[in-house]
Each structure stands twice: as C-alpha cells, then as structure tokens.
Design a protein around this ligand. Sequence first.
Ligand SMILES: [Mg+2]
Length: 229
Amino acid sequence: MLYYFFDIDGTLLLSGGAGRVAMTQVMKEMFDLDELHRVEVHGRTDRGIVEELFSKHKIPLDQQRRIEFSDRYHDLLPESMQQCEGLLMPGAVDLLEQLSELPKVKLGILTGNSESAAWTKLKHFGLDHFFEFGGYGGDHALRDDVARQTLVNCRNTYPDHTIEPAQAWVVGDTVNDITCARAIGAKVVAVATGGADLASLQEHQPDLLLSDLSDHQHFLNATHGSVKP
Ligand SMILES: [Mg+2]
C-alpha cells in the first residue's frame, strides 16, 4: 500500500492570492489596517503566517483574536476564491484520477492551510473527492508538525493497515515540503510549479524532482513502480 500526501498551493492549484485577499480584509475589519506587512506564505502554515502577521503589526495574538481571525477568514475565503483568478497546475487532475484508480493507493492532504481553508480551495476546483484524510496548518506553526499529524491522521483513517513512513510520498512545491517529508521518514516528490525553482529544490535532494505534474508515467514509475503487491 502507498499513501500520497499532497500539498495544495503551488502543487495542485494556485488560488490567485485568494488567501492574502481574505486575510487583508479580515485585518481591515478587525483593526482598520489598510495595508499589511508582507509575510512569506510559500510552504508556510496558516498558523505560522497569522502569528508573523500579528507580530509584524505589533498586535498581541491571544486565543480569542486567533479564533475571531480564523472564523472570519474562513467566512470570506470562498468568495475570495471566486474573485481571484486561480488555476489548476498542469497535469494535476489527470494524475489524481490515475492514482485514485490504482489499487493499494490512498490519497491524502498535507497542507499549511487550516482544515477549513484546505477544503474550500479543493472544493472550488472540484478536487475534494480524491482525498480521504489530511494534516493541516491551522493548529501547527511548523510544517514538520503538520507532517507528523498527517501520518497520525492517515493511520487513524485506516486502523487495520500497518503503515510505515517509507510507504508515504509527500508531494509538494517548496523546500519545506521536502524537509517535512524527511522529518517523518517519508519519500518526497518536489514539483517546481510554485514556491521554488528546480535548482533550489534539487539542493535538498528530493527522491523525485519534476518541473510539473504532467508526466504521469514518470511520476508513477518513480513512486508507484517500486511498490510490492
Ligand atoms: Mg505549496
């Protein structure tokens, strides 16, 4: 059995900045801020992004504010996805279709998005039905912790499976995706459609490096070809 843990932004789709638009609107509503300090979002978690955003604006982030921010962000995101011109990454849908038809393959999500934001983005593009479990960045500031949680959630989803980390393939677009895979002992496909170029991904030695997800045969041979029946 193989378990694929897919990142969302920059790997399966681009939201066209929908998250940033929604977050900017929330900060406007909560604190009357017109312009936000820039915060790196590629490969980061929602929790980490929000913590840095509040810190840069010198606004204390207590539990009540965290919940208020998160609730409003999740309210606004579906409309923000409609407004922003996002797109699917080349080959992503066909690859998910091929993987989902294979026996002994399970598909999950490993994303920096909070759970609600992740499913909003997947549903917007009709990708939600491919995935049966996930780990999310709403509760963990560090992506390595999201990876650990994804493995736990995967095991909880299939309690009768014995799941070794080496049976998991993380698929993601940033150096953080590679390092979080290593943190749990998983293999990793790095794809240069989002937050990093081929050369910087190569430096961190992913098991497979692709310019995009359109060469399905290459992807399947490298990740699935080695699986024992
Ligand atoms: Mg990403």
